[in-house]
Design a protein around this ligand. Structure first.
Ligand code: HPA
Length: 254
């Protein structure tokens, strides 16, 4: 098992990762794939003893907006490097009342509101055409592993929920968030799609660990500021990293 971790906003480096391909770490060399270059080098190492790959989704330092990320290259680079499963971390806005700032969410569904992104590996004229099953977008076994760690962590978390993937880079209007809520969405972010489906197309089990960093638009009296988001991110990503490290330790034991 080689677990790949994708770090999002607030997680461009993985604390505790003992890097074994130091050359990739030193250089800015992205991985060249058939689909273009990954956002950053794929770091190979160990986290709590478990072989782990780490990729900064937006580059390191963070430079790519959600719609500028080459999701196909990122997922292909992880596959090429030998990933057998992916846990993706992302920062989100909270829509449902339980999804308060600082809460970690293990979504079990996703709705795609993005547009214009390269969202399939299967548009190269393949015959027969491929339509992957995506009824359950997240891998049940990986989610369960994370759920076990979250349950014993004592930290606030939610088991399940629907992630709305919006286009960004702007935040939503209050009316858009009301629509997402009517659609059944609990959290909103900008990077879950097409990342999740591309992993499915390459048969990589994929789960998401989302950190709520602000009430979504219209869900609080205040304006949403980057300062507010960063304050929650700073502390919240420490919790996310603890969960990831514990999950690695569990995986090594079993
Ligand atoms: N909306 C969309 N994406 C986000 C948000 C939000 O409120 N917060 C963090 N990522």
């Amino acid at each position: 098992m080689t677990l790949a971790l994708i770090g999002g906003t607030g997680l461009s480096r993985m604390p505790g990762l003992v890097i074994e391909n130091a050359d990739a770490n030193a250089g800015a060399n992205a991985v060249v794939t058939e689909w273009g270059e990954s956002a950053a080098p794929v770091l190979q190492g160990r986290l709590n003893g478990l072989p782990v790959l780490f990729l900064a989704r937006h580059g390191n330092p963070h430079r790519l907006l959600p719609h500028q990320v080459n999701y196909r290259a990122n997922i292909a680079a992880l596959k090429q490097a030998g990933a057998s499963a992916i846990i993706a971390v992302n920062a989100v806005g909270g829509i449902s009342a339980e999804a308060a700032s600082g809460v970690m969410v293990l979504p079990d569904q996703i709705i795609d509101y993005t547009w214009g992104r390269d969202m399939t590996f299967f548009d190269q004229g393949q015959t027969p055409v491929v339509h992957v099953d995506f009824s359950w977008p997240f891998d049940a076994a990986l989610r369960e592993r994370l759920a076990v760690v979250l349950a014993r962590s004592g930290m606030p978390w939610l088991n399940g929920g629907c992630y709305a993937a919006t286009q960004g880079p702007r935040l939503e209007t209050a009316a858009e968030v009301l629509r997402l809520e009517r659609d059944g969405c609990d959290i909103v972010g900008m990077t879950g799609m097409p990342e999740a489906v591309l992993a499915r197309e390459l048969e990589l089990p994929y789960a998401m660990l989302s950190l709520v960093v602000n009430p979504a638009a219209g869900k609080s009296e205040r304006e949403i500021t980057m300062a507010e988001i960063e304050a929650v991110l700073h502390h919240g990503m420490d919790s996310v990293c603890r969960v990831l490290a514990e999950t690695c330790a569990d995986m090594l034991r079993q």
